[in-house]
Ligand binder design. Structure first.
Ligand SMILES: [Zn+2]
Length: 122
C-alpha cells in the first residue's frame, strides 16, 4: 500500500455571519469561475494572502544621488521614503539639499524622468 501524504489541518472559529456569507458566495457561478470550491480552500488562501501582506518587509526608500560638478556642496545624496526625505550628507530632513530636491527645476526634471515621487512636504 502506498502511503498517502496528508497535510494536517486545524479548525479556526470565525464569525458565523461571515461564514454564512462565504457559503452563499461559494454557491455562485462567480466563485466557481475563480476556482473556489470549499470554505477551507478559500479561508486558507485568505489567511495566506493576509499573512504575506502583514509580514512583508517594509518597503525600502529610494537612495537618490545627484552629483553637482559646478558646486560639490550642492551634490545630493538623499534617502527618499514614503513619508520623509533624509539627507545623507547633513543627516537632516530640512537642510539645503532637501530644499534643493523640492525646489530646483533641474532636480524636479530628473525626478520626473525617473518617475520618483516625493513625499508631501512637512
Ligand atoms: Zn543636507
Amino acid at each position: 500500500m502506498v502511503p498517502i501524504k496528508t497535510v494536517s489541518q486545524s479548525k479556526i472559529n470565525i464569525d458565523s455571519g461571515l461564514r454564512d456569507e462565504l457559503v452563499r458566495w461559494l454557491d455562485t457561478s462567480a466563485s466557481k469561475k475563480l476556482g473556489y470550491h470549499s470554505q477551507a480552500q478559500f479561508a486558507t488562501e485568505a489567511v495566506r494572502k493576509l499573512l504575506q501582506e502583514v509580514t512583508a518587509p517594509a518597503k525600502a526608500g529610494i537612495h537618490f544621488i545627484l552629483p553637482n560638478k559646478e558646486d560639490n556642496r550642492l551634490s545630493l545624496d538623499l534617502d527618499i521614503g514614503d513619508d520623509k526625505v533624509l539627507c545623507n550628507i547633513c543627516n537632516s530632513e530640512s537642510c539645503i539639499h532637501v530644499k534643493t530636491l523640492y525646489d530646483d527645476k533641474y532636480v524636479k526634471q530628473q525626478l520626473k524622468t525617473h518617475k520618483i515621487k516625493l513625499p508631501v512636504r512637512k
